[in-house]
Design a protein around this ligand. Structure first.
Ligand code: PMP
Length: 389
């Protein structure tokens, strides 16, 4: 037998105790986590099928019912980031050849279109210019014309800073036999959402934005109608990893528990703590806090002469704010100065807004006056250094 010597070339890749800098994350996400949430991740591991862990999963499902405002049995955390929730939604709701009407108001709509095509959907894309949202009339007309299987909308489009209203759409979707799918990655916990009352059929979200958890769990919801559609599929979803029948069976949706994958135990502890914080504060107060901090930010920005990228007040997302870069200002220098001086993250644009805006996230744990004030100080300094204030 040949003896192979260990190659030590990469041995020092992970050397010593990990240290990371402390940063205030006021970009589009992740936001900083509550210290309590980080502490929860250090609790001892349990087995992923142990009764005390299954109880935590039950508590998560119930906590999500509160957060989504639903009585549906079908809530859980998909193991993975927002993209895992996005892919789970499309892969399970859409069968090859189904029509998917995708509201594309920025990169998230665009991405759902790309993803849906990979699952062989017949994608009909509705586009709206960056910084605007779809009107009820536009969506109603498109729904009536196409009668799609799924309508996708992004409630909080973080690439442009818009807030898509969902008012009245659940009812139209019921008339056209359409499932209403909504991305709430940047909005859940930050702005009102009433899944049942608004007739939403499927929602995915993120853990690391307004819920202030670590990335890695995607809050997920399906209505009874969505579940019926899943049960009626002619063939199982093309993804095994994100098959909601199998994941649901791990979470006890069908009255038993079967192993599908190993739940990310520590991440679920963190989210159990995150949802406890949501329930302690209460949704009304949580939404109000986000609203108040958004106003505080804009009072300060406007006093420096800065303007919102999103023209209409009612279209503006309060959790991820897009700020127009004035003529002749080096946006990247302002971002760099904030990081170098204050360890403060603010971001530039993304997709259609690249080079045109700054993005400031005010989410969850970070939505408090001293953080907003530091962002304002960073903008003030950054503009002054360029002689623009
Ligand atoms: N949708 C929206 C609106 C987002 O802002 C993001 C993340 N920035 C995602 C989806 C994707 O989430 P993740 O990066 O957690 O996969």
């Amino acid at each position: 037998e040949e003896v192979v010597a260990v190659d030590n070339a990469a041995r020092k890749g992970c050397d010593g105790v990990l240290e990371v800098p402390s940063r205030l994350l006021m970009g589009p996400g992740p936001a900083n986590a509550y210290p309590r949430i980080l502490t929860a991740q250090a609790l001892p591991l349990l087995g992923h099928m142990h009764p005390p862990f299954l109880k935590i999963m039950d508590e998560l499902s119930e906590g999500l019912r509160y957060t989504f405002q639903t009585k549906s049995k079908y809530t859980l955390m998909v193991s993975g980031t927002g993209h895992a929730g996005m892919e789970a939604a499309i892969a399970n709701l859409v069968e090859p050849g189904d029509k998917v009407l995708v509201g594309n108001a920025g990169i998230w709509g665009e991405r759902v279109g790309i993803l849906s095509r990979r699952y062989n959907a017949d994608v009909i894309e509705l586009k709206t210019p960056a910084g605007t949202t779809f009107s009820y009339e536009t969506l109603k007309a498109a729904l009536t014309q196409h009668k799609p299987k799924v309508l996708f909308l992004c409630q909080g489009e973080s690439s442009t800073g818009t807030h898509q209203s969902l008012a009245g759409l659940g009812e139209v979707c019921r008339q056209t036999g359409t499932l209403l799918l909504v991305d709430t990655v940047c909005s859940l916990g930050g702005v009102p959402l009433f899944a049942d009352q608004w007739g939403v059929d499927c929602i995915y979200s993120g853990s690391q934005k307004c819920l202030s958890g670590p990335p890695g769990a995607s809050p997920f919801f399906m209505s009874e109608r969505a579940m019926e559609a899943l049960q009626k599929r002619k063939s199982p979803p093309a993804t095994y990893n994100l098959d909601m029948n199998l994941i649901g069976d791990y979470w006890g949706w069908f009255g038993k528990r079967s192993y599908h994958h190993t739940g990310p135990v520590s991440t679920f502890y963190a989210m159990r703590e995150a949802l406890a914080i949501v329930s302690e504060e209460g949704l009304e107060k949580l939404w109000q806090r986000h609203q108040d901090m958004h106003h505080r930010l804009w009072d300060g920005l406007r006093s420096m002469g800065l303007k919102p990228f999103v023209e209409k007040d009612e279209d503006r997302l309060i959790t991820v704010n897009t700020i127009k870069v004035p003529e002749g200002v080096d946006w990247a220098a302002v971002v760099k100065h904030a990081m170098d001086t204050y360890s403060l993250e603010i971001a530039g644009g993304l997709g259609p807004t690249a080079g045109k805006v700054w993005r400031v996230g005010i989410m969850g744990f970070n939505a408090k006056p001293q953080n907003v004030d530091l962002v304002l100080t960073a903008f003030q300094d950054g503009l002054k250094r360029q002689g623009k204030l």
